[in-house]
Ligand binder design. Sequence first.
Ligand code: SAH
Length: 225
Amino acid sequence: MLKATPESIQGIGMTSQRTRDRLIQRLQHKGIKNESVLEVIRTTPRHLFIDEAMAHRAYEDTSLPINHGVTISQPYIVARMTELILSHGIPDKVLEVGTGSGYQAAILSRLIKQVYSVERIAALSNQARMRFSQLGYNNIHLRHTDGSWGWQEFAEYPAIIVTAAPSEVPDALLQQLADGGILVIPVGNQTDSQSLLVVERQGDEFVRETIENVFFVPMLNGADR
Ligand code: SAH
C-alpha cells in the first residue's frame, strides 16, 4: 500500500490530475451530473485505495481486485450511487455496508457529515482505518461486523448504501432506515445480473425503484475471526 504523503496524494503520470480529469469527463459522458460528486471524485486519490502495483489503473472506469476476493467498485457506480444517496437532499449521516477499500466511504465523507461503515473482513476494515487516518478523513466510523444486521447503535439513518449484493433486501436495514430515508442497494444473485434498487421509506411503506443492472460481489453472512 502506497503511503499517503503530499506527493503521493497528488500523483504523477497515470495517477496525475490530468489522468483524473479524463475520468471525470468519462463519468459526465455516462450521465453523472452532480457537480459536487464529480468534484469529490476528481480530488480523491483512488490510487491510494488499491495495491501499489495496480495504481496505474486507478483512474480507469473499472472495478479492480483488492485483497480477500473482493473489489473496489467502478468509479461510475460509486458516482451513481453517491448521486442517488444525495438525490433526496444531503443526509446528515449515512450507513455503508461493505467498507472494502474504503473508497466509497471516502467519497461520501467529503459530502456528508458522518459516515458509518461496516465490513465483515477484519483486515480490510483495519487497512481502511489506516488510510483514513493518513488522509485525515476523521468523520468515518468503522466497525468490523456482519452488515446485514446494519449498525443499530447509530440508527436510524436517513441514507443507507450497500456495496455487496444480497439476494433479498435485509430486513434489518429497512428497520434502521429513517422515515423519508433512502436505501441504495444491489439485489440479486451472482449468475444473473443484479438490480440496483432505491428503496424509500414512507412510514411503514417501502417504495422500490429499479435503477439499472449492476454487478457486485455477494453479501456474505457472518464476519471473520
Ligand atoms: N465500498 C467498497 C466495495 C467493496 S466490495 C469499496 O469502495 O471498495 C464489497 C465489500 O462488502 C467487500 O469488502 C466484502 O467483504 C463486504 N461484505 C460482503 N458481505 C458483507 C456483510 N454481510 N457485512 C459487511 N460487509 C460485507
